[in-house]
Structure formats: structure tokens, C-alpha cells
Design a protein around this ligand. Structure first.
Ligand SMILES: [Zn+2]
Length: 248
């Protein structure tokens, strides 16, 4: 019975994540155009016909339609489904890694913010200020609600701000990257250290690959820092303990 309830909860978290992901798509698509995010129905970008309710089910509708508009049969970008799938998987992973805990509530808010700032950074080459503010507010609330001692939250914010501040000063990163990491440091405490390392290493590897192909030297760090924060939030403590165990 317990296994059944666990499996049911895991499926519910996946479905909830896919619905949130669907809403993130609306935000990312409509906000830059100053369109209402609650009013107005989604429509096909080719023929302009309104999308029917039956075709608005996250992930499933895209697969059922074979990635094509029901009316004009032109292809729909798979990125909408990828965002829904990504959010769904992040919720599922959060539930499996954290169970019912205070951290799970933070993850449910934090992960969509990470996904939207990553999409925004990819599209507009900047991390929205609002996203870092939301994470900073979560960080401040976490001082009073998560079991980490209060000063470790401050240490997290300070130790990550220094190296990222230097990287920003040298022009390797934008101010938005520093704000994001300082805010995440406040929330994660020491776990921000593995997060920052993962983010920088992934960003640098990908940046060099992009540079080799396109000769462009603009590195978008947001998505990689987000992956780092995701891993650090769920498993940061375990990574640090494993590392300390190795050097002892
Ligand atoms: Zn169409």
C-alpha cells in the first residue's frame, strides 16, 4: 500500500511539473511581447488558428499530434514539450530525492524559476533580475525554516560572490550571473560550492564548444549555473561529505 501511494505521489508530481512547465512556456513566449499571460488563448504560430483544449495537454498532446499543428500540419517547435518534460522531471526528481519535507516546498518554487531564467538567458542573453530576487527571498525565508544554521546561509552568499565578482570584473561573466549565485548561496549555504563548480565547468566546456563551431565568444552561463544549483540543492551536502571523506 505504501509503495502504491509513493508511486501515485511520484506520478502526481510529474503531472504537476508538466502543467507548471506549460505555464512557463506561456510566460517565456508572451512576456517579451507584453501580451497578457492569463487572457487570450494560445494559437498556432503558422496559421494563427486557436489551439483546441484537447491539444493543450502537456507533453501528451504534442506526441499525439506528431509535433504538427492539427489544422495546417506545419511543425510545432519541440521546445515547448522539452520545457514541459524538463519541469516534470525536475518535480519528480525533487519528490524522489527529498520526500515530504520543507525542502520539497522550496524545490517546487525554485526549479521553475531556474528553468525560466535559463530560457530567458538563452533567448535574451540576460538573467532576469526578478528571478534572482525570488531566489534571494527564498534564501531569507530559509534562514528561519531550514535546518542549516543561519550563518551558513550568509557564508554561502559571501563565498560565492567573491570569485564570481572577480569573474564579472574580468568580463568573463555578467552581473546577472553574480546576482543569481549570491541569491542561491543564501539559500544553499555550503552546498553552493559544488553548485558553482558544476556551473562554471559545464559553462566553460559548452562555451568552448560553441566558440569552436560558431567563433562566437559569448558564453551563456544561466542554464549551466541553474544545473549546478539544481544538483547542489538536492545533493550538495552529500557531495561535500563525500569529498571531505576522500581527503581525510
Ligand atoms: Zn497551424
Amino acid at each position: 500500500m505504501e509503495n502504491f501511494l509513493n508511486a501515485a505521489a511520484a506520478i502526481l508530481f510529474f503531472i504537476l511539473g508538466s502543467i507548471i512547465g506549460s505555464f512557463l512556456n506561456v510566460l517565456v513566449y508572451r512576456l517579451p511581447k507584453k501580451e497578457s499571460i492569463v487572457k487570450g488563448r494560445s494559437h498556432c504560430t503558422h496559421c494563427g488558428r486557436q489551439i483546441r483544449n484537447i491539444d493543450l495537454i502537456p507533453i501528451i498532446s504534442y506526441l499525439m499530434l506528431g509535433g504538427k499543428c492539427r489544422f495546417c500540419k506545419k511543425p510545432i517547435s519541440p521546445r515547448y514539450m522539452i520545457v514541459e518534460l524538463l519541469t516534470a522531471c525536475s518535480y519528480l526528481t525533487a519528490y524522489l530525492a527529498l520526500g515530504y519535507s520543507a525542502e520539497l516546498i522550496y524545490a517546487v518554487i525554485l526549479f521553475p524559476v531556474l528553468i525560466i531564467l535559463s530560457l530567458w538567458d538563452l533567448n535574451h542573453k540576460e538573467i532576469p533580475y526578478t528571478c534572482s530576487i525570488i531566489i534571494a527571498v527564498l534564501g531569507i525565508i530559509s534562514i528561519f525554516t531550514l535546518p542549516i544554521p543561519w550563518y551558513e546561509h550568509l557564508i554561502g552568499a559571501v563565498i560565492v560572490s567573491l570569485p564570481f565578482g572577480v569573474l564579472c570584473f574580468l568580463g568573463a561573466m555578467g552581473g546577472g550571473d553574480v546576482q543569481l549565485m549570491a541569491a542561491a548561496g543564501l539559500l544553499l549555504g555550503w552546498s553552493i560550492v559544488p553548485s558553482a563548480l558544476i556551473g562554471i565547468i559545464l559553462g566553460a566546456i559548452f562555451g568552448l564548444m560553441v566558440k569552436a563551431v560558431t567563433k562566437s565568444s559569448v558564453i551563456v552561463f544561466g542554464p549551466f549555473l541553474s544545473v549546478g544549483i539544481f544538483v547542489g540543492f538536492l545533493w550538495g551536502e552529500g557531495i561535500i561529505n563525500a569529498y571531505l571523506g576522500l581527503i581525510r
